[in-house]
Write a protein that binds this ligand. Structure first.
Ligand SMILES: [Zn+2]
Length: 193
């Protein structure tokens, strides 16, 4: 742990973000290593649950020890998982393509797979955007590059990248709209004072 913290201290934030984004890209398929408990496309790993729990644990036990805002870690994971889930939308929601509950149920959620993947993707992009990316163009470039890389080299198709583009830009657009509304309300407030 001490060594890990030392390494974190010396690493630029962008590299930390890229490292955890890369981990996030493949994290959902960790279910393949845990097949006796999880089914492939497990609802546990194909969701925002893992970075969400990690953030809770860091916040409670490790926050003081870490040399940087831990959002660079969890936001990277959210981004990678979001990109992975967008690619999974393109396989049919039957057999191994569907999302499954873990042991002892091991039952698929069937057609609900699509809204599940999209909802978790939207939440993941919202989180990564909210925690560190807001107005930081370099992180936006990194996440777009990650999505393009995953689509081309892992999925061998541009479709996942296009879906990522639509969902991610919608999240940014809504956030910008909300922010501008919030700012103009604040302006009104200061004028009224
Ligand atoms: Zn997957």
């Amino acid at each position: 742990m001490e060594n890990f913290i030392k390494v974190l201290k010396l690493t630029p934030k962008g590299s930390i973000y890229v490292f955890f984004l890369s981990v996030g890209l493949y994290l959902p398929d960790l279910d393949l290593a845990l097949l006796p408990i999880l089914h492939h496309r497990s609802i546990i790993t194909h969701s925002i649950l893992l970075p969400f729990l990690l953030a809770l644990i860091i916040e409670k036990y490790l926050k003081e020890k870490l040399p940087l805002n831990y959002s660079y870690i969890t936001s990277g994971l959210y981004a990678g998982i979001g990109i992975h889930l967008m690619a999974d939308v393109f396989s049919p929601a039957t057999g191994f393509g569907a999302i499954y509950f873990p042991w002892p149920m091991k039952m698929s959620i069937g057609i609900l797979t699509y809204p599940w993947l999209i909802f978790n993707g939207v939440y993941a992009f919202h989180k990564t955007q909210k925690d560190i990316l807001e107005n930081k163009i370099i992180f936006i470039i990194l996440i777009v590059a990650g999505a393009l890389w995953y689509a081309i080299f892992n999925e061998k198709s541009v479709k996942p990248f296009l879906l990522f583009g639509i969902i991610y830009s919608t999240v940014i657009f809504i956030k910008k709209y909300k922010l501008s509304k919030h700012l103009s309300l604040e302006e009104l407030d200061t004028k009224n004072e």
